[in-house]
Design a protein around this ligand. Structure first.
Ligand SMILES: *[C@@H]1O[C@H](CO)[C@@H](O)[C@H](O)[C@H]1NC(C)=O
Ligand SMILES: *[C@@H]1O[C@H](CO)[C@@H](O)[C@H](O)[C@H]1NC(C)=O
Ligand SMILES: *[C@@H]1O[C@H](CO)[C@@H](O)[C@H](O)[C@H]1NC(C)=O
Length: 330
């Protein structure tokens, strides 16, 4: 090919190249394709590894799993990886900055950009005239309220440090159909115990409360809510990690429980390593969070059992709530 011919061919191809480029430039929205876009909610900006779903920060099936930088009134508060097929979150992750009291009467909201990538970044209440195809809405849950399923928060409102953060947990992309007795019983108790622990023990070098939590749900094989629309997860799991300035060490713990009303009284505190081997989840990969140690005193200050345990002694930790391997410190 002569130089002149090559040039004219190039000129013909240029508009095509421009068109191709335009079509691969992503549109601006808060449902982002990479977890890196809201990595401020992960310890050391590193997301968890969930086998087959999120590995080394890469989402395996980008059509199905969507990263949501949860945003309310233009404030980003936490991050969720959402499964648009099962219509429940895989996990929500957040930075814990100290919990504020009270439960707001905020109505449940939805994520506009899951339906239309060009829509607003902010979560809002569902529009009755819209048929939401990629997420669960309130009316999906309503018929089951009396039948034992709560809209169970993954990132709980009680962990929010201010009113905006608390309100923002009321998005259905942060909720799963959760057995009512499980949600209001054991899960609530351990949520409270972890919260108290984080508030008290996770004080960083700047004297600020700082911890990281990742809380997720494992979808069931065949348990479905509302005409097969929403997966009822089989297990809920939770992990935390923080650096404690006063103890000059990293502290971590995990727990999980079956999403049903079984007769276990309490969920045990487990290690991150046990969460990894049992559920396959590496909650804080590549960090200094201890894998085989957990926190024995998690339950010792929890009011829900101190009354009964008073007789035995205030420092006694109920055996059921303690992981096998413990750190002992003064
Ligand atoms: C968003 O901000 C407005 C104005 O401050 C407030 O009235 C509203 O309650 C906020 N929305 C939520 C869900 O918190
Ligand atoms: C509330 O918390 C969020 C973090 O979740 C933070 O970005 C925001 O600035 C806080 N708002 C106020 C009013 O402190
Ligand atoms: C949170 O929601 C409550 C109840 O809807 C509302 O009164 C309050 O103003 C909201 N907080 C913020 C900071 O928007």
């Amino acid at each position: 090919m002569k130089q002149g011919e090559a040039m004219s061919l190039l000129k013909q191809l240029l508009p095509l190249a421009a068109l191709l480029l335009l079509s691969i430039v992503p549109t601006d929205s808060r449902v982002v394709t990479s977890v890196k876009d809201c990595n401020e909610f992960f310890l050391q900006q590193t997301p968890p590894n969930i086998p087959g779903i999120l590995e080394g920060g890469n989402i395996r099936d980008q059509n199905r799993y969507k990263v949501i930088c949860q945003t309310l009134n233009n404030t980003r508060t936490f991050v969720t990886l959402y499964d648009t097929q099962n219509k429940i979150p895989v996990f929500s992750a957040a930075k814990f900055r100290g919990s504020a009291a009270g439960r707001p009467l905020t109505p449940w909201m939805i994520e506009p950009q899951l339906e239309d990538p060009d829509d607003d970044d902010n979560m809002r209440q569902a529009d009755k005239n819209i048929n939401y195809e990629h997420q669960a809405v309130n009316t999906d849950y309503d018929p089951y309220n009396q039948q034992g399923f709560d809209r169970g928060h993954l990132f709980p409102n009680s962990y929010g440090s201010n009113s905006t953060e608390k309100n923002s947990t009321f998005t259905l992309t942060n909720a799963v159909p959760q057995n009512k007795r499980f949600n209001r019983g054991k899960w609530k108790k351990i949520e409270l115990c972890v919260k108290r622990f984080l508030d008290k023990s996770c004080i960083n070098n700047n004297k600020k409360i700082e911890g990281f939590v990742v809380i997720g749900a494992k979808p069931s094989d065949s348990s479905l809510l509302n005409n097969n629309k929403i997966n009822i997860p089989s297990v809920l799991w939770s992990a935390f990690c923080c650096y404690s300035h006063s103890q000059n060490t990293w502290l971590a713990g995990a727990h999980w429980g079956n999403n049903r009303d079984d007769d276990l009284n309490h969920l045990e505190t487990k290690t991150l390593g046990e969460l990894h081997t049992t559920e396959g989840i590496d909650a804080f990969p590549g960090t200094r969070c201890p894998k085989s140690l957990t926190v024995p005193q998690l339950f010792s200050k929890c009011p829900f059992k101190s009354r009964k345990r008073k007789v035995i002694g205030i420092h006694k930790v109920p055996r059921k709530c303690v992981g096998k391997k413990q750190i002992s410190w003064g």
